[in-house]
Write a protein that binds this ligand. Sequence first.
Ligand SMILES: [Fe+2]
Length: 234
Amino acid sequence: MDATPLRVFTEEQQQIWRALYKKLIVRVEKYACQDYLTGFELLELPEDHIPTLEYLNERITPRTGWKCVHTSVRYTSADDWYPEFAKKHFLITDYIRSWEEIEWTHEPDMFHDIFGHLPFMTLKHYAELEEMFAPAYLRATTDEQKENIKRLAWFSTEFGLIRENGERKLFGAGLISGAEELDNVVQNRVPVMPFTIENVIQYDKAVYTHNKQLFEFESIDALKTELARYFDTI
Ligand SMILES: [Fe+2]
């Protein structure tokens, strides 16, 4: 892992970026939570090309102290991911999905990392949420604790939903960066439960399929309070 800019992408990869951006932007403008939209403006993501890490870090690091770091690993395991997270390094893969996967991919690619997560990483109160996970994971001594932390991250920062002015809005980066699953959720085809530790840890992460159950919290502060209730026991 290093901080060099993303490698030079092929024209086809740039076309895939443009197609994904075009497909998702209309959806997120309508369904994403306000924090995402605020961060999106601050990040100034280019519509017509894949941004460099330098461009991204210029907009993220001064605001939150986080830094995007290149990884050539396509699906980094939690044991490798969280030590980097603890250093406020956000790993960005240089893989992008194929044309066949435009509607849905099980793999978190560069579009997911950048478009789904990074707008949030311009916001201090969101960065502080992300900063809760790594210390808890690194303190965990049992596989059960580690799995619970992974599920709590999955069903919040990856696939969480948030209430805003009485409405349900998209919070998780996996929903924000994946049209097919996003459409299912906004059309109420996925059951939603309150985000509590006890509810969430019963459910496996749906890595290779759509999620069959999702969870909703009232605010980022409420999510932090709920997570702390478990992390403080580790
Ligand atoms: Fe992600």
